[in-house]
Ligand binder design. Structure first.
Ligand code: KIV
Ligand code: ZN
Length: 515
């Protein structure tokens, strides 16, 4: 890797997935991984193989299809973890094992209950074992921000000797401040023997809102890999946001003098996909990908931008993928045009049967909505894969009644495990009535944690995309549904979340009848 290249290591599918409720199915992870490949990230951390058989399976599936990015699995230093990671990345064109162990006094003493010498030995053994599976091994010193720098120097020297090619310095708890983080990276590069033989990496959490600033400070001190996530998703307050790091390095090339391999025009599409799959909305004023990131409200600003764009804009919206909704297909479009547009959008259709089914739904949508945009197709295909993957609960038909001064009601026909059931309820609004009607027959006992609606495109005929977050038995899942009728979209989203809980329940207990 050239010294002037900044490696972008995306951990949306691993650290990002650790956000509450952001757990993804294998299919959802595959869709994000394909989009990350289009974005041209260097490394995709696809998961933590030893965490669950589902995680291992998703990493393996990603390793099978991704050709242009390195596919990586996280692993603790234990033998079983390294072997699970090695097996999961085996099909990858380029596979990496990322092993980590905590190095701060508080973590070693209170969490690991290990002496520093034991930690050092475990790290070296893990790196040596990982090298039996791949030449590309990364080592992380968890909680490096609160670790003793002399110990870090020793452990990093030892793991480099054992064969690690990337050394990651994480601020696990988001405690660092930029000047101090820059100095830590500088000191490590100066003191660790053979530091010039490896790539130095940084991984910052955002607890004090400084993840991006700290990551960039480490880059200024010589780090050449940044670990980050789309939309800054991640454990607690999140990780450094990929789009902010990439655009800072590009826009301020006078300061950083580095390049990334990222196709920045894919940034907005990736942000939207991650947001819709995880159910984590992007705040309107979020840098780069927020809906208002390029909106000029004050008259003085508007006037300036109209006269000369650069008076108030330091980036061009089209360079990060902000484009007008693109009209793609209509009622008269044929099956071949539909297939071709899906291909252009990078949406993979597994079989002719799925294509036929999706095409029939596209025609039904085109009957209701004369103009079909790329975003509509993406939502339709997202619904489609959900139906194929998880269809224990399905909405067959719905009737709603809502009138000023009357109590709203919902009457639904559901298919549950292939059997049709009618259900009816009233509620404070039609959405509430629909959810109550579903619950009166499913009786899941779940808690509704979040309900949100977004318009997929502009116009009053736009499809509404609904996210519903449900919690049950310690698990939290997100369900999505899209329709031109937002009450139907809401019912679909609720059923999608129930399906996710149900499929997990079946995995844990195949005898389980209910959630
Ligand atoms: O925050 C952290 O320390 C991590 C490591 C596993 C790299 O996520
Ligand atoms: Zn982390």
């Amino acid at each position: 890797m050239s010294k002037d290249r900044l490696v972008i290591f995306d951990t949306t599918l691993r650290d990002g997935e650790q956000s509450p409720g952001a757990a993804m199915t294998k299919d959802e992870k595959l869709r994000i991984a394909r989009q990350l490949e289009r974005l041209k990230v260097d490394v995709i951390e696809a998961g933590f193989a030893a965490a669950s058989p589902g995680d291992a399976e998703a990493i393996r599936a990603i390793a099978e299809v991704i050709k242009d990015s390195t596919v990586c699995s996280l692993a603790r230093t234990g033998e079983a973890d390294i072997r699970a990671a090695g097996a999961a990345i085996k099909p990858a064109a380029r596979g990496r094992i990322h092993t980590f162990i905590a190095t701060s006094p508080i973590h070693m003493e209170k969490k690991l209950r290990m002496q520093p010498e034991q930690v050092l030995e475990a790290a070296v053994a893990a790196v040596k074992l990982a090298r039996q599976f791949t030449d590309d091994v990364e080592f992380s010193a968890e909680d490096a921000g609160r670790s003793d720098v002399d110990f870090l120097v020793r452990i990093f020297e030892a793991v480099i000797k054992a064969g690690a090619g990337t050394i990651n310095v994480p601020d696990t708890v988001g405690y660092a401040v930029p000047a101090q983080w820059r100095e830590r990276m500088r000191e490590l590069l100066e003191r660790v023997p053979n530091s010039d033989k490896v790539i130095w990496s940084t991984h910052c959490h955002n607890d004090l809102g400084m993840a991006v600033a700290n990551s960039l400070a480490a880059v200024q001190a010589g780090a050449r890999q940044v670990e980050c996530t789309i939309n800054g998703l991640g454990e607690r307050a999140g990780n450094a946001s990929l789009e902010e790091i990439v655009m800072a390095v590009r826009t301020r090339s006078d300061v950083f003098k580095l390049e990334t391999g990222i196709d920045t025009r894919q940034i907005v599409a990736t942000s939207k996909l991650v947001s819709s799959i995880t159910g984590y909305p992007v705040q309107p004023n979020k840098a780069v990908v927020g809906a208002n990131a390029f909106a000029h409200e004050s008259g003085i600003h508007q006037d300036g931008v109209l006269k000369h764009r650069e008076t108030y804009e330091i980036m061009r919206p089209q360079d990060v993928g902000w484009v007008k909704n693109r009209l793609t297909l209509g009622k008269l479009s044929g099956r071949n045009a539909f297939r071709a547009r899906l291909q252009e959008l990078g949406i993979v259709v597994e079989s002719e049967e799925q294509l036929n089914h999706a095409f029939a739904r596209f025609k039904a949508l085109a009957d209701k909505k004369s103009e079909i945009f790329d975003e509509d197709l993406q939502a339709l295909m997202s619904d489609e894969t959900q139906e194929i993957e998880l269809e224990h609960y399905k909405l067959v038909s719905a009737r709603f009644h809502s009138e000023t001064g009357e109590t709203p009601t919902a009457a639904l026909t559901l298919s549950i495990g292939g059997q049709e059931k009618q259900t009816e309820s009233s509620g404070s609004g039609p959405v509430d009535a629909a959810f109550r009607a579903i619950e009166s027959v499913v009786q899941s006992g779940t808690e509704l944690m979040l309900y949100s609606v977004n318009a997929i495109t502009t116009g009053t005929d736009a499809q509404g995309e609904v996210t519903v977050r449900l919690a049950h038995g310690g698990r939290v899942v997100n369900g999505q549904g899209a329709d031109t009728d937002i009450i139907v979209a809401s019912a679909k989203a609720y059923l999608n979340a129930l399906n996710k809980l149900h499929s997990n329940a079946l995995k844990l207990n195949p005898q389980a009848e209910t959630i």
